[in-house]
Design a protein around this ligand. Structure first.
Ligand code: FMN
Length: 311
């Protein structure tokens, strides 16, 4: 089956690439993604200054997935902007960059820099980050989100721009975010970021798994797939006519990719599995997806995307 996908004229050779986070921070990570079967190179959420992130242990894998409290370690946006031409020298695939800010002006400055002074193909704005003290993370603060979205959409530039959203657990919140997205030129949304503020306890040691932030962390993989699928579907119902949806959360094999597409993702990202298995996961999962489609006699992505059957 042909699995090429166009997201607003950015051409992906396949529907699977990495999510921003695991194994995409250092230049060596980005080179490994360049050499892998990932259909794009997604760069770690970058900030106005370099960041070391939280003390360790801050990322731990379990049988069901991962928990992390990284606190956005990254090289800084200028380092990535400087390296993108190298990644595109023998052009193999699009480069997507995630950006993050700690105040509204950061988002404006970083989107301006990437839109106007970079060779990036697509921009993902990570709204799952802290806002002012006493307020929830930005994507749960709809007033703050609208202010940022309005400002970044007004910046001249031709790079498609999307939002990385946290999971929502109530349809009223999905309505609130979808209504903002529909007011502005958001080209895609990526559902979902890790599920935050969770505690995993090791009964043997009687300790939590990670140290920072009162031992609470963010979950990925099996723990979160049903939440990711629900968010893809919820946003599909509200914004499908205007905005593409990128599925992320809980993908470890070809069948998981299929489920995200049925829910209405056009293309998917892999997070924890890349950390667990390394860059070989892209070719394996892509092959498994093809095999599963052959078994089901599907011949095109159009037959699958959004076609979850009624019950
Ligand atoms: C170690 C780690 C770091 C992450 N850092 C970021 C980040 O910088 N920006 C972002 O948008 N998401 C970040 N995420 C979230 C992932 O991109 C992804 O949304 C989440 O892990 C769910 O996908 P998964 O179930 O495939 O792991 C991070 C996840 C992990 C495990």
């Amino acid at each position: 089956m042909n699995t090429e996908m166009n997201i607003w004229n950015v051409k992906f050779e396949d529907i699977i690439y990495n999510s921003s986070g695991p194994e995409c921070t250092t230049l060596a990570h980005l080179n490994a993604l360049w050499a892998s079967s990932s259909s794009a190179i997604m760069i770690k959420s970058c900030s106005p200054e370099p960041r070391d992130g939280n003390p360790t242990p801050r990322y731990v894998e379990t049988d069901l997935g991962s928990i992390n409290s990284m606190w956005l370690p990254n090289l800084w946006y200028k380092e990535y902007i400087g390296y993108i031409p190298k990644l595109k020298q023998d052009y193999k695939k699009p480069v997507v960059c995630s950006i993050v800010g700690f105040k509204p002006q950061d988002f404006y400055d970083l989107v301006t820099a990437f839109q106007q002074d970079s060779d990036v193909d697509m921009l993902e704005v990570n709204l799952s980050c802290p806002n002012v003290v006493g307020k929830p993370q930005i994507a749960y603060d709809f007033e703050a989100s609208e202010e940022i979205i309005k400002n970044i959409c007004a910046i001249p530039g031709d790079k498609p721009i999307g939002l990385k959203l946290p999971p929502y657990f109530d349809p009223i919140h999905v309505d609130a975010m979808a209504n903002i997205i529909l007011k502005y030129d958001i080209d895609f949304v990526t559902c979902i970021n890790s599920v935050g503020n969770t505690l995993i306890i090791d009964p043997e040691t009687e300790q939590p798994l990670i140290k920072p932030k009162g031992w609470l962390g963010w979950l990925g993989w099996d723990y979160i797939k049903p939440i990711a699928l629900a968010n893809v579907r919820w946003f599909y119902k509200r914004i499908w006519h205007k905005t593409k949806i990128i599925g992320c959360g809980g993908i470890k094999n070809g069948v998981d990719v299929f489920e995200h597409l049925l829910a209405w993702a056009s293309i998917v990202q892999l997070g924890t599995i890349l950390a667990k298995e390394g860059p070989g996961c892209f070719a394996r999962i892509s092959r498994e997806f093809q095999e599963y489609m052959d078994k089901k006699w599907y011949t095109s992505l159009d037959e699958i995307i959004g076609n979850l059957k009624e019950l």
